[in-house]
Design a protein around this ligand. Structure first.
Ligand code: SF4
Length: 300
């Protein structure tokens, strides 16, 4: 063996940065997690928890909650931050709404979050499928709070109205990032289109519905850009805000530019509340539907 100091091979792939200590989670017991896994397998349902490699999957499933992802697990878009597969989607499954309803009944959920991949291949973007799923869930679980996390439906009025006709309690559509970064972070989406969708929902339904949106932080946005995004959301009368740390799901996805410390998230929460958001969830592990039932509990 040579005594010379070995140089690392130049071709090694860049390592992803080590996660700060506030991401080291205490994992809860596994039984409930396995029960959720079995139930979802039994009913052949997709969740965004799994498809998007959510860091909170273990916690949420262990508490018997999950975010259902309808209309398949193949998305027609390819956002730079998202782990959901991009591929030609399969046809919609007519019995999926009743399977989601059955899952919410078995899980005894008081608050459900239903999301979907972007289905730009469908004229209504999957809006009618959302409506059928909401209606099936409500029929199986009278009194359940229903939150939808929808794609932008290309801002088509008839598609937005189709979802609203089923009267979800919370209409969530994520802005995801600040205006400047939108073209490099989101696929086929525009900042103004997302604001337009949220503003239309509020214009149509006023105080009978809560609108919600969220951004990922750490993608290279400046603080002023974030504040402007929050002001833009308030101008669209968005009620609820989520702010969380972006985490790179694989090496093929956008890199993390910055880890935002918890104290900064707490400061953003105070700022957002002062702007008039009625509920703000802000923290490194916050995701769109993380602890989503907390707002229902506050509002009821
Ligand atoms: S639209 Fe973008 S964020 Fe949503 S599922 Fe598709 S790739 Fe992921």
């Amino acid at each position: 063996m040579s005594g010379a100091t070995a140089e690392p091979p130049a071709a090694l792939p860049a390592k992803r940065p080590r996660l700060p200590e506030w991401f080291r989670l205490k994992l809860p017991v596994a039984d409930a997690f396995i029960a959720t896994r079995n139930l979802l397998d039994d009913l052949k349902l997709h969740t965004v928890c799994e498809s998007a490699k959510c860091p909170n999957q273990w916690e949420c499933w262990s508490k018997g909650t999950a975010t259902f992802m309808i209309a398949g697990d193949r998305c027609t878009r390819a956002c730079g931050f998202c782990a959901v597969s991009t591929a030609k989607p399969f046809a919609l499954e007519a019995d999926e709404p009743s399977r989601v309803a059955e899952a919410t009944r078995r899980m005894k959920l008081k608050h459900v979050v239903i999301t979907a991949v972007a289905r730009d291949d469908l004229a209504d973007g999957g809006a009618a499928h959302f409506r059928q799923t909401i209606e099936a869930v409500r029929a199986a679980n009278p009194g359940i709070a229903i939150e939808v996390l929808v794609p932008d439906f290309l801002d088509k009025d008839f598609a937005i109205d189709e979802v609203l006709a089923a009267e979800p309690h919370i209409f969530n559509h994520n802005l995801e990032t600040v205006r400047r970064l939108t073209p490099s972070v989101r696929s086929r989406a525009t900042y103004d289109r997302s604001l337009s969708v949220l503003a239309k929902v509020k214009a149509r339904r006023g105080p009978t519905i809560h609108t919600k949106s969220g951004l990922m932080l750490g993608l290279g946005e400046t603080e002023e850009e974030l504040l402007q995004a929050m002001r833009d959301l308030r101008a669209a009368q968005c009620d609820i805000l989520t702010l969380g740390q972006y985490l790179q799901p694989t090496h093929q996805h956008l890199p993390v530019i910055e880890f935002i410390p918890p104290a900064k998230f707490a400061e953003h929460k105070r700022t957002a509340e002062a702007m008039g958001f009625v509920h703000v969830a802000s923290g490194p592990l916050v995701r769109s539907s993380y602890h989503a039932d907390e707002f229902s509990q506050i509002a009821s």
